[in-house]
Write a protein that binds this ligand. Structure first.
Ligand SMILES: [Fe+2]
Ligand SMILES: [Fe+2]
Length: 187
């Protein structure tokens, strides 16, 4: 489930776009649109489809985390609505003030929901899922997921998607990791 890293990086892209708008800069509409397309195709169209097709039903039939799964499913649905709105409003190269406000509102809601969503999946949902499968079932499922990814996106899906994310980060000036290192604390 390496897709969560891609999701996290698009959340960081959204946060940078939100930050710029909050300090009176123009919203980088094409970065928003490109990020939302990755969410639409790779996260909603692939990653969440696997969660909904394999992970959640298995947990539900084992009677595990049933309430959490209900919430996660509802959040997938609400996330798709937000993504549709973001894609539609960012389709033009420039956005009006009203469009920008709507896009930023949707991105803010999306980031707020998906940070706890993916953290819960990583720390509770996936470990519980793994605990109810045998190691053979797990390894079979891993192969199955890799095959599905190859069928849907071709042989280098993850690398290509990460490259697209990096290109958006470059345009926003947030690609270089070293810029986020704080200065040393001096006494
Ligand atoms: Fe999910
Ligand atoms: Fe997920």
């Amino acid at each position: 489930m390496q897709e969560h890293g891609v999701l996290k990086r698009v959340l960081l892209i959204y946060q940078e776009c939100i930050r710029r708008q909050s300090i009176g800069q123009e919203l980088p509409v094409s970065a928003v649109h490109d990020g939302a397309e990755i969410i639409h195709d790779f996260i909603e169209g692939f990653h969440e489809a696997l969660e909904e097709g394999f992970v959640f039903p298995k947990l539900r039939s084992a009677g595990k985390l049933v309430g959490t799964v209900d919430t996660l499913l509802l959040q997938h649905a609400r996330g798709r609505q937000l993504t549709q709105l973001i894609l539609a409003e960012s389709a033009a190269q420039t956005a009006t003030v009203n469009d920008s406000a709507q896009i930023v509102g949707a991105m803010t809601a999306f980031v707020r929901m998906y940070q706890p969503h993916e953290a819960r999946e990583d720390t509770v949902v996936f470990p519980t899922f793994r605990s109810i499968l045998t190691s053979e079932q797990l390894s079979h499922l891993g192969t199955n997921f890799a095959d599905l990814q190859r069928e849907q996106f071709g042989p280098n899906a993850l690398n290509q998607t990460v490259a697209k994310v990096a290109a958006i980060e470059e345009t926003l000036g947030i690609y270089d990791l070293s810029q986020f290192t704080p200065e040393p604390i001096t006494q």
